[in-house]
Design a protein around this ligand. Sequence first.
Ligand code: NDP
Length: 478
Amino acid sequence: MDLMNYIGGKFERHSGEKWLDVEEPSTGNVFARAPLSTPADVDSAILAARKAQPKWGGMDGEERARWLDRIADGLESRYEEIASLESKDTGKPISLARTVDAHRSVVNFRFFADEIRRHEGEIFEMADSTNFVSYRPVGVGALITPWNLPLYLLSWKVAPAIGMGNTVVCKPSELTPMTANLLMEVIHEVGLPEGVVNLVHGDGLGAGSSLVSHDDVDLVSFTGGTSTGSKVAEAAAPQFKKLSLELGGKNSSIVLEDCDIESTIKGVVRSGFMNQGQVCLCGSRILVQDGIYDEFMERFIEEVESMTVGDPSDEGTDLGALISAEHLRKVEGYIELAKEEGGTIVTGGYPCLPERLSNGNWIAPTVITGLSVDSRCSTEEIFGPVVSVHRFSKDSEAIGIANNTRYGLAGSVWTGDLERGRRIADSIHTGMVWVNTWLHRDLRAPFGGVKDSGVGREGGKWSLGFFSEATNVCVKHD
Ligand code: NDP
């Protein structure tokens, strides 16, 4: 299957001759090709978006919200197809692709349709004047997304961006282009006005960097790694583009002696290994208080080893394949480094799989102990099914360890004392902390990181604020 770009309401072949192979991570088989788009393709997409923007931006919010609902309906009608394409393209278990990826992609459009309906300007009265605040579209947006949650994250950007009256050019990861293509098919089928949403496939260095540095792009919303984020920020800076960066993380799960051990083990395992540990929010450093350490470790390892690693299309699979051979090598490199840094691999290795999966990117969930909390493996983002466990005695020590990384995305605290949980959470320098849960999302709440985990916030009114320009008109009465 050869994919095409979607520009100005049409599926178009790219202008270059080169293609990118799309591989199935679980087998290594190539099952599609994506265009390696050129700067000329990026130019046409931006031109189409620019042309469409005035009319689209001039529509009222209710009308745009209705378009978002139509897109949600279209996605919902292809729910199972989204799940199976996402599972095939990323290597994640089908059950996860269904309950997380397909589900959230539909919900994102519906949620922002409702938010946009509710969204209003503000009025601030002074003794002699009235201020009328309105939210105008920014213009043309570049939306760049990673491979771990492809449609989930793309829909999280497209819905608020177009909902607020912008037009957009999307650039999904070259590794996972399939569901972005499906979204364009849905957008085409529902008849969204041409040029409102455009898609250019390609690599980061080619299509991605041409897009973010383009003179005619007004905003950039980027989700991806921290080092790419800094290149994107550099490219966007000269024209003062509006910029949102959702970047990497190295998140701690803090387990206190007074926690409910049963639900904590389940929560910490889910947080450490969901999507093979390839979620920016994954709790890959587990800090366990002295008094519960031995019991926790015994039951934790038992739970980790009970997970089924295997064919992503099997309903019973808990963990699938890593995204690529290159990424697998990176993760393996960190496991080797952990040994050099004095760590002990308590469980890990390679899963035993059928012959047809032998060329996939496989590794078993891996637990490392004995690492210093300052070691590279304990402070750098590995982004795979690898966690390190550390022991602590006082709450202040756990807080110190949790804050001891360049990242500041998320974290979780597991305790029977909610006040204590809140106190610890308030001392952790990240954008989000969960107490006795993880990845429990209210889409109205702010989402984003501090330090090297990003700039800006997404979610509810924060997304609407980013994808608009708040403008004040002050009228003096007399
Ligand atoms: P990358 O940073 O490698 O890529 C992200 C996107 O940027 C891809 O579409 C990529 O294209 C594109 N890109 C690469 N180089 C450039 C460039 N110079 N200019 C413009 N675009 C470029 O991240 P990954 O795809 O590897 O995703 C994993 C990372 O994403 C992890 O660090 C993870 O923590 C982070 N992430 C953060 C989230 C958050 O909300 N904070 C959520 C999910 C993931 P291509 O792939 O084609 O090269």
